[in-house]
Structures are given as structure tokens and as C-alpha cells.
Design a protein around this ligand. Sequence first.
Ligand code: SF4
Ligand code: SF4
Length: 130
Amino acid sequence: MLNIVGVASEPLARERLQGLRNCRTLPAQLRSEGAKSEMTYVVAEPCVNCRYTDCALVCPVEAFHLDDDMLVIHPETCIDCDACVPECPVEAIFAEDKVPAEWTHFTQVNADRALSGLPTITARLDPLCE
Ligand code: SF4
Ligand code: SF4
């Protein structure tokens, strides 16, 4: 069976962080740290029972985790780069401070689920919706 869920190896993670440090389009602070800002991005309601997974393909730090009905973003891995937002066909991803009021509880949903040990995802899956 095709292995579609990947866990980043340490050398791969180091290589990607080095790539981030070299990236001229990222803010200087993120380049110098190679990672983490204080904010995170959040997957909200439109992803539930849809889960196209396009977002996971572009994340430079493998912050997406796979759950049965949606993807979630690990708040400690996300570096706030914004790359995933335009990739989502149903506009389910928001910066933490821009999550619509009716979906703000998804910030905690993302954190709880990602921290529960769900596998990371870096490849495309068939979507759950049409
Ligand atoms: S692209 Fe959008 S709908 Fe698809 S998994 Fe990512 S957040 Fe969910
Ligand atoms: S904003 Fe999106 S693409 Fe960028 S690190 Fe966070 S989850 Fe990954």
C-alpha cells in the first residue's frame, strides 16, 4: 500500500529549515530563527468532511496533521508563512487572529488534535467531498 502519510526525518527537517533561512521572500526574523513566530494558522469548519489536502503539500515545515474528517495545524510547528491559505479550495485556513468569530473554537481544536499525536501529512489524498 502507498504510504501517503509522512513523518519528517531529522535530516530532512534540518534541510528544510536551512532552505527557509535562505529564502528571500520570508521575513528576516523568520529566516534568522529558521522557524517559529508567536502566531499559528488554523484550519476551520469548511475543511470538516472535505479535506482536500492541497494545503499540506506547500507547508515548508510539515505542520499539518491528518485526522479522520479534516487536517489540523500544529501550533508549535507552524511558522506563520501564509503559504497554505491560497491553496485551500474552500478557504478553510486562517491566521489565528483572523479566524471568523463563529469558528474561533477551531484554534483549540487544531491544537488539541495536533498535540494528541496524529501523524503529519505531506502528500495528497482523495478529498472526502465532491
Ligand atoms: S486544502 Fe483546505 S479543505 Fe483541504 S485539507 Fe487543507 S484546509 Fe482542509
Ligand atoms: S502558515 Fe500554513 S504553510 Fe505556513 S507553516 Fe503554517 S501551516 Fe505551514
